[in-house]
Design a protein around this ligand. Structure first.
Ligand SMILES: Nc1ncnc2c1ncn2[C@@H]1O[C@H](COP(=O)(O)OP(=O)(O)OP(=O)(O)O)[C@@H](O)[C@H]1O
Length: 570
């Protein structure tokens, strides 16, 4: 389970493996950044030389200094632009890579893992947090190089021009500036981390508001939900205020910088008057010391930005490294497995939460062509059993096997060809009926879809739709009734032609006409195939050959029921 605030220990080191594939490009870009920092550091000594040339009325030296300044300025602009381009490209590549990895992680993650997290939280980790890493590459990493290089080069410049003034800066001004920065850093960790977590909570709630809109409007839960959302929103504002308060500390550094400039100017003027320092050296000193304080100020800003990046990166790396993100499917293509065969469950146990098993010690056999109803009270674990049978939930103990092969060994495609699940809530994507029917392995064409519809006796239903197979289903299928969604699920199963079909019957009321179509399609589908129906309607139970009852996490066979003609094999 991923924590809202991911562990941040050694997060930058944990990020390095994701940057490694792009190290050549990053190293090149950072080298250019270093050149740019050197050009910046060379500016004060050149201005100082120009100042001395003016004082000495040396035109030649002035012209040389001005020409050198122009060259340095042009080089600085060119290098800055070049490094920007390189870093942008490197950042985009890193993000592309990470998005690919995140999508792969999420699509392979066990359902238990996905269900345990709020959609908004996972979305934020894969989008905003990936962008955070791009920012880190594009902005924070070069800033780190520039600031470190500037601090080193300007300190060297200061020592070379006047060790006495350097001592004053180092003893009188640097310690209070460092103290202010330390205060900022301490507050920043809490404030920036808290702000990122509060924003993630709001994003997760917004996303849930959209998915739960019907419940919120009809279920009377809206006032409570709005109060909760307002509370979370207030928490974001409070967190942002805390961040702003912490940032005020940076102003302290600016204050110290101003005082240092004034003192250095006075002291420098006195030393120059005494003839112990040239005017140029004083100019260099004032400019370099300003650069030093600016470097310290930028450094403190950077600490805040790195903190934000650290929080985001920790959440992203947490997702990429999570054990819950390990793929559930194997690699076997199922070659050699017969198209029809026996499905067995051996000692299967499953728990959503540690220590509270929903199913325990389940043993079942489904010979080829079996037709079984699974019944039991609400919440007894029927749907869970259906997902275990279809290989969607690998059992915590025991196994589910097709002709002796554990479903975990099969690749996703091989598994879905052998065992298909039509869930209670058939998942529909925005698009047309045909688009949704094509969402099966192999991506069937129009002719195959039409043939399957015909075979399952669904042609009349399709022809009754405004545009037949091209009828738009609305956002996530909102224009379809619960029964029609199950018809789409059944038609998808017909296109897959699986050995075992697990149908989790819709609990919502289905009108008699749609129920008739569903029953007919099911009758066609169960030919030679194993059919396991999680039956919510007594009428369905009567149509199947045997009944398995789920109670208290265990299963038991019930007395045989005589199947009616409509579900008999043709
Ligand atoms: N994603 C989940 N996370 C935690 N617990 C879950 C989850 N899904 C189901 N459960 C719990 O597992 C138990 C079995 O649920 P399941 O949906 O399998 O029952 P069911 O027999 O199919 O119920 P129904 O007849 O209402 O569809 C229930 O107590 C339910 O609360």
């Amino acid at each position: 389970m991923l924590a809202e605030r991911a562990p941040e220990a050694r997060v930058f080191r944990r990020t390095l493996p994701y940057l490694r594939p792009h190290r050549a490009m990053l190293a090149g870009a950072l080298l250019v950044v270093l050149g740019c920092a050197a050009a910046v550091a060379a500016t004060p000594p050149l201005i100082g030389r120009a100042a001395d040339a003016i004082v000495d009325r040396d035109r030649g030296a002035l012209a040389a200094a001005v020409a050198a300044l122009a060259v340095v300025a042009v080089a600085q602009i060119a290098l800055a632009r070049w490094s920007e381009l390189l870093l942008m490209r490197a950042g985009e590549r890193v993000v592309r890579d990470l998005r690919d990895r995140s999508v792969e992680r999420l699509t392979h993650a066990p359902l238990r893992f996905l269900e345990a997290h709020r959609t908004g939280d996972l979305l934020r980790r894969t989008t905003s947090e990936s962008a955070e890493l791009a920012q880190f590459v594009r902005r924070d990493l070069p800033n780190l190089v520039v600031i470190t290089a500037t601090l080193l080069l300007t300190t060297a410049t200061l020592v070379v021009y006047s060790w006495l003034l350097t001592l004053v800066v180092a003893v009188v001004f640097v310690p209070p500036a460092l103290l202010a920065l330390r205060g900022f850093r301490r507050g920043a960790e809490e404030a920036f981390g808290g702000q990122a977590a509060a924003e993630a909570t709001v994003a997760a709630t917004l996303s849930e508001t959209l998915t739960a809109r019907e419940l919120l409007r009809t279920g009377g839960a809206l006032p409570g939900w709005l109060a909760r959302a307002r509370g979370e929103n207030r928490a974001v504002v409070a967190a942002a205020r805390r961040t702003a308060r912490v940032e005020v500390n940076i102003e302290l550094v600016s204050l110290i910088e101003g005082a240092a400039t004034a003192v250095l100017l006075g002291l420098g003027a006195w030393l120059a008057a005494e003839g112990r320092l040239s005017v140029g050296a004083v100019v260099v000193f004032v400019l370099a010391s300003r650069a030093l304080f600016e470097g310290l100020g930028d450094g403190s800003q950077l600490i805040g930005e790195l903190q934000l990046a650290r929080t985001g990166l920790a959440r992203l790396v947490d997702l990429l490294e999570s054990p819950g993100g390990r793929p559930i499917t194997g690699s076997s293509g199922g070659d050699g497995l017969p198209a029809r065969g026996e499905l067995t469950v051996e000692g299967a146990a499953y728990a959503y939460l540690d220590g509270t098993p929903v199913l325990d010690g389940v043993d079942l056999r489904f010979p080829p062509g079996d037709r079984v109803a699974i019944v039991g009270p609400t919440g007894s674990g029927k749907t869970t059993l259906g997902k275990i049978l279809a290989g969607l939930y690998p059992p915590d103990q025991g196994r589910v096997a097709y002709c002796g092969t554990d479903l975990r060994e099969l690749s996703g495609t091989a598994l879905s060809r052998l065992v298909a699940l039509v869930p209670q809530e058939v998942h529909i994507l925005t698009g047309t009926v045909a688009d949704n029917l094509a969402l099966v392995p192999g991506g069937p064409g129009r002719a195959e879809i039409a043939a399957a519809v015909e075979r399952l006796g669904l042609r009349t239903w399709i022809e009754g739709l405004p545009d037949g197979l091209d009828t738009p289903v609305g956002m996530r299928g909102e224009r379809l009734s619960a029964g029609e969604r199950q018809l789409i699920g059944l038609a998808r199963a017909g296109l897959i032609d699986p050995a075992v079909l697990v149908l989790d019957e819709a609990t919502a009321d289905i009108d008699p006409v749609t129920a008739g179509w569903a029953e007919r399609a099911l009758g066609e589908l169960c030919a030679e195939r194993t059919l396991i129906v999680i039956a919510h309607r007594p009428a369905t139970v009567g149509l199947l050959a045997r009944t398995v009852r789920v109670t208290g996490g265990t299963v038991a066979e019930e007395a045989a029921t005589a199947p009616t003609a409509s579900m008999e094999r043709p």
